[in-house]
Design a protein around this ligand. Structure first.
Ligand code: ZN
Length: 175
């Protein structure tokens, strides 16, 4: 199954590259710095600056993908979802382990911005109200401990060593 998935992905990427990039890679001046070459399975890859690292060959020579293809967005989104909705930097790092896209960070940001699950969990139910001006008592210079306050929190339940019974405690804080 995994092998079939890999073969299907390889075929899709090869088709995508033929559709978006010129047949003669030397014509693609925007990619001149990447030293493109055709790797195994006829997939266009580029040389990264990690040649002397111990990374996997797929990371050293990532697959070139077009920026404006829906498949590129799907690949980014898949990485994002398979890794439990990780953030932009982490998704970008994972994506770059195998692929290379121009201006990848903004593309990853855009994909994650449209992730419904992330929106559902990380968006508040309403916007915070504007912060009111500070009261005069907090702005006037004063000697230490001229104003004091107390706060109480609890009950907090703490498990005993046998992890069966609990004990309630209260926290008293004075400033
Ligand atoms: Zn997400």
């Amino acid at each position: 199954m995994l092998e079939q998935t890999t073969r299907a992905e390889t075929a899709l990427i090869r088709l995508l590259q033929r559709q978006y990039f010129p047949a003669d890679l030397a014509e693609a001046k925007q990619f001149a710095q990447l030293a493109l070459f055709i790797g195994d399975n006829g997939i266009v890859r580029c040389h990264s600056r990690l040649a002397k690292s111990e990374f996997d060959w797929c990371t050293v020579c990532p697959i070139l993908l077009p920026r404006d293809s829906p498949l590129t967005r799907v690949l980014i989104w898949t990485i994002h979802v398979q890794n439990h909705h990780i953030g932009v930097s982490h998704t970008l790092a994972k994506f770059r382990e195998r692929f290379w896209v121009q201006k990848a960070r903004s593309l990853v940001k855009s994909v994650i911005h449209h992730c419904f699950t992330c929106r559902k969990f990380f968006t508040g139910p309403y916007q915070h109200p504007p912060m009111p001006p500070l009261p005069p008592i907090r702005l006037a210079p004063a000697i230490p401990f001229l104003h004091t306050g107390i706060d109480l929190a609890g009950p907090l339940y703490i498990y005993s060593e046998d992890k069966i019974s609990t004990k309630a405690i209260y926290v008293y804080l004075s400033v």
